[in-house]
Write a protein that binds this ligand. Structure first.
Ligand code: NAD
Ligand code: 3PG
Length: 596
């Protein structure tokens, strides 16, 4: 069965990405590889695409994002998202994902390769030999063993570089105000507390920070002057962390013994720029942003982001959204089935309750209650977003309403939907389920669109029985366990016909023949009786509550227990005429079709 019901979503790939990831997309998406597009060409075609896959060359500007009417995701096949206007993407509800660790090893190894090249003058020796010369005494290098490597930024790449450098026998000192002393100690790295402490120590200095306000121009004339004469510097992080003019001057004056640079303030550097002069300097070893350019790293990042693109276009959670609350990888597996469940519950709510004649979304204030094991999920933002998406997707065009974890709260606020999330770690009242999610509609009130998850006490909801849906997950499979006053057990999947009726002989046959007349096949059927707990509690007013919140005065007390919901899985949607006939001719109390 195709993954997407309509035409496959279109994906634009304007840069070279490893085919391994793209192969994952091609079976279900329309992948368009268009290299060497000018910014104007990109702007012109971007409205046709739902996903954009880039590396560091494509500038994903605010103008481009605003023009991208159908864009749901920008995937950066790499770490740095400095070429993407993440703030604008967030405002527009476009998810930005990256691959935070796919190229770490490659970047660290490239740093070591440049370090050794610079120490042993490999590029110069190589160029000289290729030019037909044999100049052995000209290219005498230095050993790195026993030398001090200073690292600025002891994150993923910095720490990997530290470990590799320790293997080469170097003494490693690092400056990173946010690094864990325990992690540094585990890699035998001595943490220092300031640049002025680190710079005079280092024989080699390497930068591994992001380019942010505190690191822009972090190494300039003053800092270079504090380094040992003849020391060497490396930048495989981001252009702009080292001031290129100051670096060129320090090389020209002979103060620095060498510089190895993979990244530049402007890429590719303009012909007459300072960076171009730096590149031309004889003691500079340079590469054109090749830190992540290994077959392995490109496979890693490509597969990583392509998987995420598929997830997002299917409406699921991305692993590494840059502009969304972080979902811990260990929570992802646990969360995913519940995200699907809650979205289905929201959609069922709108289609079942809002489809009541005269019904509407007037009950727009909800309790979303997590009970049992699901209550231990710390980050419930994806569940909140799934509810908003489920509630609204049946009543809005998918193009217009691009709800995701990034913009759900804003959309909810704009739509006047208020959700109070509550949790109870107590076992669920129905001990056969280890987790239950309960959605209860409350009379409208003005509150925050998303009240904090806090309460351990969910007793307050017990009187709000009318519009209530509860569900659980069996493995990865969402199941609805309660719909209104009926105890159910069905998969919220496909088109379902939900009929309320008196549980009497022959009813199923009549419904079946009306559907047969219309050429509708029944795939499965289940009957949901009135909740035994409600009957035991004897609150008949509550039991007699109708779907639209009023009380059914025609229902005799002894008839209550005979009521049931008939839930039929059918192979297509049915017209309102069919549901009207079911009530008129089939003798059911109410009927509605939902597609989940
Ligand atoms: N050349 C390439 O192809 C290539 C490949 C991969 C990564 N990178 C770049 O390498 C850099 C590091 O990547 P990462 O994945 O290790 O990032 P990371 O976020 O894991 O690590 C960055 C570290 O810098 C530290 N830091 C932040 N501000 C600092 C400051 N003012 N002083 C000292 N330390 C500071 C942070 O605490 C963090 O530990 C990034 O700029 C990334 O874009 C380049
Ligand atoms: O941020 C990154 O991942 C690196 O700088 C690699 O960039 P690239 O994908 O353009 O090689």
């Amino acid at each position: 069965m195709p993954l997407f019901k309509k035409a496959p979503p279109k994906v634009l790939v304007p840069e070279k990405l490893s085919p391994d990831g793209l192969a994952l997309l091609r079976s279900s998406l329309d992948v368009d590889e268009r290299k060497n597009l000018t910014p104007d060409e990109l702007l012109e075609i971007i409205p046709n695409y739902e996903a954009l896959l880039v590396r560091s060359e494509t500038k994903v500007t605010a103008t481009l994002l605003r023009a991208a009417r159908n864009l749901k995701v920008v995937a950066r096949a790499g770490v740095g998202v400095d070429n993407v206007d993440v703030e604008e993407a967030t405002k527009l509800g476009i998810v930005v994902v990256n691959s935070p660790s796919g190229n770490i090893g490659a970047a660290a190894e490239h740093t070591i390769a440049l370090l050794m090249s610079m120490a042993r003058k490999i590029p110069e020796g190589c160029a000289s030999l290729k030019a037909g010369k044999w100049e052995r005494s000209k290219f005498v290098g230095v050993e790195v063993k026993g030398k001090v490597l200073g690292i600025i930024g002891l994150g993923k790449v910095g720490l990997t570089v530290a470990r590799l450098a320790k293997g080469l026998g170097m003494n490693v000192h690092a400056l990173d105000p946010y690094a864990s002393p325990a992690v540094a100690a585990s890699a035998s790295v001595k943490l220092v507390s300031s640049l002025s402490e680190l710079l005079p120590l280092a024989d080699f200095l390497t930068i591994h920070t992001p380019l942010i306000a505190s690191t822009r121009g972090m190494i300039s004339d003053t800092e270079l002057a504090q380094m040992k004469p003849g020391s060497r510097i490396l930048n495989v992080a981001r252009g702009g962390t080292i001031d290129e003019t100051a670096l060129l001057a320090a090389l020209e004056s002979g103060h620095l013994g060498g510089a190895a640079v993979d990244v530049f303030t402007s890429e590719p550097p303009a012909p007459d720029s300072t960076a171009a002069k730096l590149i031309a300097h004889p003691r500079a070893v340079v590469t054109p942003h090749l830190g992540a350019s290994t077959i392995e790293a490109q496979e890693n990042v490509s597969v990583d982001v392509c998987e995420q693109v598929l997830e997002i276009l299917k409406g699921s959670l991305p692993r590494s959204a840059v502009n969304a609350p972080l979902i811990l990888p260990e929570e992802y597996k646990k969360l995913q089935p519940f995200v699907r469940l809650v979205e289905k519950m929201g959609s069922l709510y709108t289609q079942h309750y809002a489809s009541t004649p005269g019904g509407s979304m007037t009950l727009n204030t909800f309790d979303l209650i997590y009970k049992g094991e699901v209550a231990s999920i710390n980050n419930t933002t994806p569940l909140f977003a799934a509810l908003i998406k489920g509630l609204l997707s049946p009543i809005s065009s998918t193009e217009g309403l691009n709800i995701n974890i990034v913009n759900a709260e804003l959309v909810a606020r704009e739509r006047g939907i208020f959700v109070s999330e509550q949790r109870s770690r107590d076992p669920t009242e129905d001990s056969s389920y280890s987790s239950l999610v309960i959605l209860v509609a409350r009379p409208p009130s003005r509150a925050s669109s998303r009240a904090p998850v806090a309460s351990e006490n969910v007793g307050a909801t017990q009187t709000q029985q009318q519009r209530i849906i509860s569900g659980t997950c069996s493995g990865d499979q969402p199941l609805i366990t309660r719909l209104g006053r009926f105890e159910a057990l069905f998969e919220p999947q496909g088109t379902l016909l939900i009929c309320e009726n008196y549980d009497s002989p022959g009813k199923i046959g009549v419904v079946g023949s009306i559907l047969g007349r219309e050429g509708v096949n029944i795939n499965f059927m289940t009957v949901a009786p009135v909740s035994s707990k409600l009957l035991a509690a004897g609150d008949l007013t509550d039991i007699k509550a109708t779907k639209d919140g009023t009380t059914d005065t025609t229902l005799k007390d002894d008839e209550v227990s005979k009521e049931a919901l008939m839930i039929l899985g059918i192979d297509r949607g049915v017209s309102p005429d069919v549901t009207t006939d079911l009530v008129k001719e089939g003798g059911v109390l109410s009927a509605c079709a939902v597609t989940l």
